[in-house]
Design a protein around this ligand. Sequence first.
Ligand code: FAD
Length: 461
Amino acid sequence: MIKLEKKYDVIIVGTGVAGLNCALNVSPERSVLVICKDSPDKSDSYLAQGGICRLPEEADYQSYFDDTMRAGHYENNPAAVEAMIRGSQEVIDDLVACGVDFARESDGSLAYTKEGGHSRPRICFHEDTTGREITTRLMAAARARKNIIIVPYVTMLDIICDKNACYGIVAKDGKNGRLYRLFADYTVLASGGVGGVFENSTNFRVLTGDALAICLNHGVPVDHINYIQIHPTTLYTKKKGRRFLISESVRGEGAVLLDKDFQRFTDELKPRDIVTAAILQQMKRDGTDHVWLDMRPIPREEVLGHFPDIVRHCLTEGYDVFRECIPVVPAQHYFMGGVRSDTRGATTLPRLYAVGETCCNGVHGKNRLASNSLLESLLFAKRAAQDINSGYCPIDMAAAKAAEGALDLAKYSNPSKLLREYKAEVLAAIKAAASGEGQRPPFDLPAENSPSDPQYKGDNA
Ligand SMILES: Cc1cc2nc3c(=O)[nH]c(=O)nc-3n(C[C@H](O)[C@H](O)[C@H](O)COP(=O)(O)OP(=O)(O)OC[C@H]3O[C@@H](n4cnc5c(N)ncnc54)[C@H](O)[C@@H]3O)c2cc1C
């Protein structure tokens, strides 16, 4: 068992692509602790199917920018969008250098696929398991680094801070039950989205927005908490647990959506919110629990080569995609809101950074364009590490100890209860923001029957 030190140079909360890429870009002479709530492979990064966007050529810049802004209903931060697109080639180069095996054309150049909302193919992929390929390679690289220590089953319960700065975190070790107060010169929140608060979600159930609740409690601004993305196509099932995604690139490659009479009813390649609305409307009209997705327009070889995991999973659920349509239904998928951060990942509280799905730097606006998330997470996590490296200066230990001394330790005596309270706070904040906008979210709130204690039961969904 790893015994945690009292002080690290950098603490990173989360082992998804954002947390790992941040760790890998912190200077090797700095000590870095990376923690995660469950096992390291229980991150949404691991689940990503479709791929990761890359600007294929300069001539595509304006079109990629316009597609991202249009999908986001022009509520995006244009500077963040520009930074993401301009940084996309560097991100893919870094991943290739790390050993990521993207699909290639016969001449060795990167192969690109297309998804909804994109006006041309610009998505790099590895079969339909792009996230697993990327996360596994980043994890191996991080584990090989002497300055990085990765400790699973450790849950951040709070940050240690005063109004001037963040000095570290309070965390509970789920294995030995110990409560730690850990100091850091810089703390990075890379703790993913909020799918665990919804009953029907493609996300791991451990992702319940703890960082958001913690920031709300400390007055660190959280933006657009009600900007929740619903994915149009998850495999319909009556079973409980995480919903299995049917990647948008399936539609990008030619699959079509059909109503109860097996007739097409929408343009499958519109942005996600539009396709989701069309499906929900059709279900209402038809009085059904799902619509159908027909993958048979895609050539068999293409399906086998590009979507083997989807084919396998559908078979285990009793559907042969080569012979029949599969039932699909929308489910919660992604969180566009989050802890307010700038394009360096900095929050409004000095020494506290937020990157990946936990943060909101405005890049996605009101609705994320497909396959922009891995890219955004990787790029701005690297930026955060670079910002830490360039301005590095240690914390004032006297102030850190005073902030530690001001903690009410009784608050952490029952971590399961505290995490349930955080979850309820996040849900309440989402509802309040949604009703303030006169919005009726097209998804089921709340998730009363979701696991009451995501930390200690784990997630086998
Ligand atoms: C099924 C699916 C398919 C997707 N496909 C794509 C795709 O093709 N392309 C794309 O761009 N995006 C895709 N996405 C979205 C993308 O995968 C995520 O947005 C992205 O990976 C988020 O990365 P992250 O590092 O911010 O968070 P995550 O990868 O979710 O990692 C979060 C980490 O935080 C840890 N954590 C959370 N709370 C705490 C706490 N209190 N204490 C300690 N640790 C904590 C978790 O244990 C985990 O390690 C998909 C998402 C899903 C669910």
